[in-house]
Design a protein around this ligand. Structure first.
Ligand code: NAI
Length: 260
């Protein structure tokens, strides 16, 4: 269905997975980041710009029908920094998307929107949001903004509350929260292909043994994660002491003091 897919934050960890994993969909990939992405490869367009620059984002979005919005500060930061990249950047993107008639955005939300729920409690899309950081609050803002743009303008969004997407899980928490790169790509591909999706909240997590999140409400998209953190359990448990005070799903972000 996609003719031109815009990927913001394309120089980052997930952006690099997306650049590789989504390249053979037969559609143009427009890759963007505030940092240099190198020259475009076949089937790519590359645009370097800042999400906080509204005019630049209008030009960036023009001609795209779907967006994978990864660009952001991806962890806790000062409010001023988050204000530019995450709050203003997401607003600029949605406003440009509305004007350009974009059909669907996959918004990289985060498990940190519910990070103050205790470890082990099962959550789904209806769970109360309990952000664990200003970063988490910035993702709550993006989720609410996307709801407004769906209800008012019909712009579809999947808010993907990503767990921990890296090559391998790195600690005990990630044994529950890990999303493998392969599962990330298969999930995004599915979300791009489903004909009608409306406004959907999903957790992005692999088939780990002790998952805290349920996507049962979204069975209709037909996605099954293939990977699990289980093969990494032994080495992680041997090498890592139980981190004291990690009572909350957000882990470290629920314990570090916010830098103002
Ligand atoms: P990352 O930090 O590796 O990549 C983010 C990219 O956004 C960077 O390349 C950065 O240059 C770009 N960016 C930052 N500010 C920008 C601005 N003002 N204008 C344009 N580009 C800007 O982060 P990662 O891990 O790739 O995450 C991607 C998205 O997924 C983020 O929105 C993050 O919050 C979200 N996420 C990622 C998780 C993970 O496990 N990797 C977990 C939960 C959410």
């Amino acid at each position: 269905m996609t003719t031109r897919l815009l990927v913001t934050g394309a120089a980052g960890v997930l952006g690099r997975y997306a650049r590789e994993g989504l390249k053979d969909r037969g559609k143009v990939l427009r890759l963007s980041d505030v940092v240099d992405l190198g020259p475009p490869r076949e089937g790519e367009e590359v645009v370097q710009c800042d999400l906080a620059d509204g005019k630049a984002i209008e030009a960036l979005v023009c001609g795209c029908d779907t967006i994978l919005h990864l660009g952001a500060l991806a962890t806790e930061a000062s409010f001023d920094a988050l204000l530019q990249a995450n709050f203003l950047g997401t607003y600029n993107l949605y406003e440009a998307a509305r004007k350009a008639g974009v059909k669907r955005i996959i918004f990289a939300s985060s498990n940190h929107v519910t990070g103050f729920h205790p470890i082990g409690k099962e959550l789904d899309d209806k769970a109360e949001r309990r952000p664990d950081s200003l970063y988490g609050v910035s993702k709550c803002f993006g989720e609410d903004l996307s709801r407004l743009y769906f209800d008012k303008f019909g712009l579809e969004t999947v808010c993907l509350r990503i767990g921990s997407c890296f090559d391998e899980p790195r600690n005990r928490r990630m044994l529950s929260t890990w999303l493998s790169p392969r599962d990330f790509i298969s999930l995004v591909s599915k979300l791009l292909d489903v004909p009608v999706i409306g406004h959907l909240i999903l957790y992005g997590v692999s088939a780990n043994r002790d998952v805290w999140w349920s996507n049962a409400h979204a069975d209709f998209i037909g996605w099954q994660p293939q990977d699990s953190s289980e093969p990494y359990r032994k080495s992680i448990e041997l090498s890592e002491q139980d981190p004291a005070g990690w009572r909350f799903q957000g882990g470290r972000l629920a314990t570090v003091e916010t830098s103002a």
